[in-house]
Design a protein around this ligand. Structure first.
Ligand code: MF3
Ligand code: CO
Length: 259
């Protein structure tokens, strides 16, 4: 069941997304070699609660933290830990979600810890750009497959693997709503996009093969071949005009694709 949001509900989602943007900016600034991912998690929960919002990941299906912190070959759902100490050269993905006045937002970024290799920086940059390739297709009248195809064809043109076992999703009063938003697909296929849809688009891109596995902790997803992986996610809307808007990146103006 897809829940379309009216203008008033979109405004609620905008407020939720704007707060999450603020939280993620502060988390990004805090990331330093020598810090543990548990410290980052404590900081995230403080920031969220200070603004009278709720960390949506905490206790979600038993998940024990407010963020996911996934290092290097960890794709997503890494559990913050006192013993996971960030070191120069790591790449860290931080995924966070919150609920403000009943409305959810979900966003993730990947960043280098200290100085990282040019290859890993390129992986991070291409993953972000693949998100922007995808969101430009999130226009009323297009299809879900147009988004996935745009993400996939861009990322694969660099020889990277596009993770398939996890996807983006609808979002609203619930963190996960229909439709599923894969990072691969065929143009013109899948659910037709409509004004009022709110989606989390979240490419997960590996330097090597796309296959992933789950660790024994029941959460952490890693690449099977051990290659580094990058994740980038925003909560977006197809707004009242039928055009894409990044709710978790307020003020960002989408330009026409160069190609
Ligand atoms: N951002 C993740 C997603 O889109 C949510 C993390 S799962 C949780 O599915 F269990 F940690 F909440
Ligand atoms: Co998500």
């Amino acid at each position: 069941m897809i829940y379309l949001k009216n203008a008033q509900q979109l405004d609620c989602m905008r407020r939720s997304g704007a707060l999450l943007y603020d939280v993620l900016c502060r988390l990004r600034e805090a990331i330093k070699p020598g810090m543990s991912t548990a410290e980052l998690d404590v900081y995230a929960e403080q920031l969220i609660r200070k603004h009278k919002a709720i960390p949506s990941f905490l206790d979600y299906q038993g998940y024990p933290a407010s963020i996911c912190a996934s290092i290097n070959d960890e794709v997503v759902h890494g559990i913050p830990s006192e013993t996971a100490i960030l070191k120069e050269g790591d790449i860290l993905s931080v995924d966070c979600g919150l609920i403000l006045d009943g409305w959810q937002s979900d966003s993730a970024f990947t960043v280098g810890v200290g100085k990282i290799s040019p290859e890993h920086q390129k992986l991070i940059d291409v993953t972000e750009e693949s998100f922007f390739k995808g969101i430009r297709k999130a226009i009323a009248g297009n299809h879900i497959g147009d988004i996935g195809h745009a993400v996939q064809s861009y990322a694969e043109s660099f020889g990277y693997g596009v993770v398939r076992d996890l996807t983006g999703h609808g979002i609203g009063r619930n963190m996960h709503e229909d439709p599923s938003v894969p990072n691969f697909g065929r143009p013109g296929h899948g659910t037709r996009l409509r004004a009022g849809m709110t989606l989390a688009i979240e490419p997960m891109i590996a330097m090597g093969d796309y296959r992933v596995a789950q660790l024994d902790d029941g959460w952490t997803i890693v690449t099977e071949d051990g290659s580094f992986c990058s994740h980038y996610e925003h909560t977006i809307a197809i707004n009242e005009k039928g055009l894409p808007e990044i709710l978790s990146f307020p003020g960002y103006v989408l330009t026409e694709d160069a190609e």
